[in-house]
Write a protein of this length. Structure first.
Length: 451
């Protein structure tokens, strides 16, 4: 296949759930069973990703253990006990030199100053490789850990997120690049004219500033955003520099890509300054039959309790027990679910209605990639799929989500990366030392040049 976007190459992130992205990954013999508390495991994953010249590694986060039925949760370790991501990435930073280090921090249960300081510090520690994934919390249990009896409503969460991101960006520009003189002969450490108070007073936050962390080599951390709702798209068009999004059908991906980039003009932004990177769960084999067998093995490890719990959670905790697992999704889901307006909910219901999937088929599909796209095949087949989406302007790259770790990552690096390089679709060397240089993003102007 000939590249249809000359001079452009795929951007690749590696999304590391502790044992892998598949809900039953920890039961596979190849997975690192104690991954959630094993620092060396994460360090080795980061070094593998960097050796393959990935743009970044990404860690998701939540501020509560997963809520649900104990009989299901005892079989499902993901999002139960694991490292705080900025702490973990700060430890990984000196073990890597080029790999971007991206983590989630919620705008619902944090304060802008704390988030700005953590990520600015990571950015300096790593030499300009940090990224913040801006999310709003959806887990009801998080509210209970932060003095609230109920969760923020969807609209309020995003309005808060917009103001939160504005405050963080303002704090990151507290110091000019050349503010620190550090001259022993004059006894002057910094120029007071080159440090700026934010003095923000808004609906949700009041923050004076300045931030007590200097600017990094890349200016400030790269802003990521995950979410595909209407207000989520607006937030991304306004602030994000890369977007993680669930896209499973190319035509819908093309529509999302065009819509998101088409919104950026009203904010004075160049569409090339935002990278769209849907999740991709590759199952690689030497033959298609081998890849299918690998996938079938993982699917066979899904306990029904876990499958139903996972599906129920995404359907707004609608209890599916008592319904025939080999029957259709009940119509009551759409009438009574608290998640009816959410992207993930709509995706599951669409699968059920359009493809006549049973409850069991739904949880098996969702368990493998958490609503993201699974591609099963040889390295060439997977590269074909990635190139087709890239050439069709449905993506700028992908967030690779290995089903098991470290095995799934090793297989992708050994088999698919060489295939992409043979087609000129992926780098052989890093373009620079910062995450912005890897992603082809501009260094943000400072305070006196636009804020």
């Amino acid at each position: 296949m000939t590249a249809a976007r000359p001079g452009e190459q795929l951007k690749l992130g590696a999304f590391f759930h502790p044992t892998g992205h598949h809900v039953a990954s920890w039961l596979d013999d190849s997975a690192q069973i104690d991954a959630g508390t094993n620092f060396r495991h994460y360090a080795e994953l980061a070094q593998i990703a960097e050796s393959a010249k990935f743009d970044l590694m990404f860690l998701a986060d939540a501020l509560a253990v997963r809520d649900g039925r104990p009989e299901a949760l005892r079989r499902w370790p993901q999002y139960m006990a694991y490292f705080e991501p900025v702490t973990l990435l700060s430890a990984i930073a000196p073990l890597t030199t080029h790999l971007g280090l991206v983590a989630t921090a919620s705008t619902s249960y944090n304060e802008p100053y704390n988030v700005a300081r953590k990520f600015a510090s990571l950015d300096l520690i790593s030499g300009g490789r940090a990224g913040w994934n801006v999310v709003t919390s959806s887990n009801q249990s998080e509210a209970f850990n932060f003095g609230r009896d109920e969760h923020y409503e969807h609209e309020e969460r995003y309005q808060r997120a917009m103001e939160f991101a504005d405050v963080v960006r303002g704090l990151w520009n507290s110091w000019d690049d050349d503010a620190f003189i550090r001259d022993r002969s004059t006894g002057i450490y910094h120029d007071p004219k080159k440090v700026h108070e934010l003095n923000h007073k808004g609906v949700h936050f009041s923050v004076k500033g300045p931030l007590n962390v200097a600017r990094s080599p890349q200016g400030h951390p790269v802003l990521f955003q995950a979410g595909s709702s209407e207000i989520g798209r607006e937030l991304a068009a306004r602030t994000a520099e890369a977007v993680f999004t669930p896209q499973t059908v190319m035509a819908a991906g093309q529509k999302f890509y065009a819509d998101l980039k088409g919104r950026m003009g009203k904010y004075g932004r160049d569409p090339s300054h935002l990278k769209v990177m849907p999740g991709l769960n590759p199952i690689v084999g030497d033959t298609l039959a081998e890849a299918r067998d690998k996938h079938a093995h993982l699917q066979s490890l899904i306990h029904p309790d876990v499958g139903l719990e996972l599906l129920s959670y995404s359907l707004g905790k609608f209890d599916l027990r008592g319904y025939d697992p080999d029957g259709p999704l009940p119509a009551e889901v759409e009438r009574h679910s608290t998640n009816a307006g959410h992207t993930g909910f709509r995706q599951i219901v669409d699968w059920a209605r359009e493809e006549n999937l049973t409850i069991r088929q739904l949880y098996q599909r969702f368990a493998g990639a958490r609503g993201q796209r699974t591609v099963i095949g040889t390295a060439s087949m997977i590269a074909d799929e990635m190139q087709t989406w890239f050439d069709a302007y449905a993506v700028d790259g992908f967030l690779i989500q290995p089903a098991t770790l470290p095995g799934g990552l090793n297989e992708f690096v050994a088999r698919v990366i060489p295939e992409l390089r043979n087609r000129g679709l992926f780098r052989t060397e890093y373009e620079g030392t910062t995450l912005r240089e890897s992603l082809g993003l501009p260094r943000p102007a400072g305070w006196e040049r636009g804020g």
